[in-house]
Write a protein that binds this ligand. Sequence first.
Ligand SMILES: Nc1ncnc2c1ncn2[C@@H]1O[C@H](COP(=O)(O)OP(=O)(O)O)[C@@H](O)[C@H]1O
Ligand SMILES: [Mg+2]
Length: 267
Amino acid sequence: MTLLSVENLSKRFSSGGRQVAALHDVSFMLAAGETLGLVGASGSGKSTLARILMRLIPADAGRIRFDGEDWLALTGPELRRRRAKMQMVFQDVLGAFNPRATVASVLDDPLRIHGIVPKNERPKEIATLLDRVGLSASYAERSIREVSGGQRQRIAIARAIATRPLLIVLDEAVSALDVSIRGKILELLVELQEERGIAYLFVSHDLAVLRAVSHRIAVMDAGRLVETGTARQVIDNPQSSAARALIAAVPRFATGTSAGISEGHDS
Ligand SMILES: Nc1ncnc2c1ncn2[C@@H]1O[C@H](COP(=O)(O)OP(=O)(O)O)[C@@H](O)[C@H]1O
Ligand SMILES: [Mg+2]
């Protein structure tokens, strides 16, 4: 079943009198429970797409259907209610929070705002969320600045799943993490998807990361979506020069063998 369809999305920015076509006529679909990896060089328009999806910035043209609704037409309380169904994990989303905010308050916000559980059950729900992302309940009283980068991303994931979303948009969500921690976070995301049927739009400049988690991969180049296929098709038999350049940037892909790569869902 199609969860998300993006049709002919375009967005221009003007900076210093110069026009940049950050997105040009981008179309794709995402099924419920599917992971679409969105890859592209820096500046290719990935974050612009993520931000339009999250309704953080407007599009110039195009349509988005999400969960059966005209997503760009939603406004006010209607939009606030529906936002629970589409959550986001940025590279360091909690870094933007007040560093003195406690982990409990960061997780309590979405539960309160979206009325996920009754007030008296929220502390228990917070403990359950922490446990689900591999953190003990004692983390609740720590402040954001007291936890490591990897733990912060676990908390960001807990915050994203708190509202029981259908889709999580991840924008370079593991890019800043050490390789060993990154692997654990990717495992957690795959487990959560299998458990809850969440779809992911997984934005990364790193094909090796996307190979490990994506059912399909879409390749962006200078604001255009130039190629879409299964992870295996795109990596083993790239059709676009943009995909070939991204593959060449991953040493173990550039050898032309997939040996030693953790298997993705399409295998
Ligand atoms: N707020 C903005 N103002 C002006 N230009 C922007 C803005 N946001 C993004 N851009 C430009 O749009 C293009 C795409 O940027 P972005 O979506 O951030 O790419 P990516 O996430 O793939 O690195 C780049 O040329 C970038 O400089
Ligand atoms: Mg970006």
